[in-house]
Ligand binder design. Structure first.
Ligand code: MG
Length: 437
């Protein structure tokens, strides 16, 4: 069983955790971010695999309509929403009585519930960090879609996994593909090749970039995703975050990771070995595939997603990304190159926070598409080098969901404070720029 997981004794791959142990046949699952695009796909798999997957907790943001639908269908024992107001209104709508939690603490407590076997971390953005930390502190098998958890706190997650024996299974399609290509072969790796669709602006020229609107940027050619990640795909910031995610997840130096455009989104990523052999994972561009892989791990089961017809696809193309059109890629490498203050990668926190606020400003029509990378660079230059230390991991980990959540919030606090500071910096700079125009 253990040989299915990469990272076992290889000189190069040093996977972030051990493989999951003792997963029961029927898994009790908590879904954080259930009303988002990934969360809905998780529930679609759970619907198809009722005997293997039991939903015991759902956490959402503000989408009350979707949550009440999900709650009525899956009848979880625990629900959490973003605010107390939304939670109370939702509780009043449900056909049975249930206390609904709210806010970061409630998400983190749900991730640490003793009865949960698996936690799906699928919240959008840096807000997902504390609940991921709680799941890992509680020793759960965490199916990770929230890449920001590793971008912001990869070394911390690694340290906690070693103590709590938690496991991470990657849902992000590229990392899931790499994980599959590495099965049983954690050694003799030459490099990892992360593929990218190139987004809607692959092949665009520099002079075409100034007039890009949110509508253009949201129109992804192959994947249907949430707004934030669609914009990140258009700038390729998503690939910069995935590069950092891969470094943290697989323990591989960034120089051994290449990014390659694969416009059909059929090859989800590849691994090249020292003898020149390349293994690739292929599949339909449908997030339910990597989700099912993680939820049912290590079993592969048939489902209704549909098979890939390669004759229909016809041909697969590959190309190197244009660094001038997509400056986010070099910003990602730069964040990894920054001299690290003790413990946590502050440059990656700055990159992520600046990008999150820039995406909001772009969607609001307040900055242009090319200004996203510009402000991210500015934040990295002006705020870089800050010391970011997390609370120390206690020798004996807490055991109640309340205590685990409190520790997760405490450990995440310095990161969230820097995140807040970066957002304010970018907001101020963008406002000044707009006033000066
Ligand atoms: Mg991805």
């Amino acid at each position: 069983m253990t040989t299915l997981c990469p990272g076992l004794g290889g000189p190069i791959i040093d996977y972030i955790s051990n493989p999951p142990a003792n997963l029961p046949k029927t898994r009790k699952i908590v879904v954080l971010g259930s009303t988002g695009s990934i969360g809905r796909s998780v529930l679609d798999i759970a619907r198809q695999k009722k005997s293997a997957l039991q939903i015991i907790g759902l956490a959402g943001g503000r989408n009350m309509r979707e949550m009440s639908k999900q709650a009525e269908e899956f009848k979880p024992g625990h629900i959490a929403m973003q605010s107390a107001e939304i939670a109370n209104e939702l509780a009043a709508r449900l056909s049975w009585k249930l206390q609904i939690g709210s806010g970061q603490r409630a998400y983190a407590e749900m991730a640490a519930m003793p009865e949960a076997d698996m936690v799906v971390s699928a919240q959008s953005g840096g807000m997902g960090l504390c609940a991921t930390l709680a799941g890992v502190l509680a020793g759960k098998t965490v199916c990770l879609a929230n890449k920001e958890s590793l971008v912001l706190a990869g070394p911390l997650v690694r340290e906690i996994c070693a103590t709590s024996h938690a496991s991470i299974l990657p849902i992000d399609s590229e990392h899931n593909a790499i994980f599959q290509c590495l099965a049983g072969r954690g050694q003799n790796i030459k490099k990892i090749i992360i593929t990218a669709s190139g987004g809607p602006f692959y092949k665009k020229k520099m002079e075409d970039l100034a007039k890009i609107t949110p509508k253009d940027a949201l129109a992804h050619p192959t994947w249907k995703m949430g707004q934030k990640i669609s914009i990140d795909s258009s700038t390729m910031m998503n690939k910069a975050l995935e590069l950092i995610e891969a470094v943290q997840l697989f323990g591989v130096d960034k120089e051994r990771i290449e990014i390659l455009i694969q416009p059909q989104s059929i090859v989800h990523s590849m691994v090249e070995f020292v003898d020149g052999s390349i293994l690739a994972q292929l599949g339909m561009p449908d997030m339910r595939l990597p989700i099912a892989f993680c939820l049912l791990w290590p079993n592969a089961e048939p489902h209704d997603i549909g098979a890939l017809d390669l004759a229909k696809v016809g041909r697969l193309e590959f190309a190197r990304p244009d660094a001038k059109v997509f400056p986010a890629l070099s910003l990602g490498r730069q964040a990894l190159r920054a001299p690290e203050s003790e413990g946590l990668p502050s440059a990656c926190v700055i990159l992520n926070a600046a990008n999150e606020i820039c995406v909001e400003l772009f969607l609001d029509g307040r900055i242009s598409w090319t200004e996203i990378a510009m402000y991210v660079r500015k934040a990295m230059e002006e705020l870089g080098g800050v010391k970011l230390e997390s609370a120390k991991l206690p020798a004996v980990l807490p055991t109640t969901p309340q205590d685990i959540a409190a520790l997760a919030l405490e450990m995440g606090k310095p990161i969230m404070e820097l995140d807040h500071q970066v957002r304010n910096f970018v907001l101020k700079a963008a406002t000044q720029q707009a006033l000066g125009k």
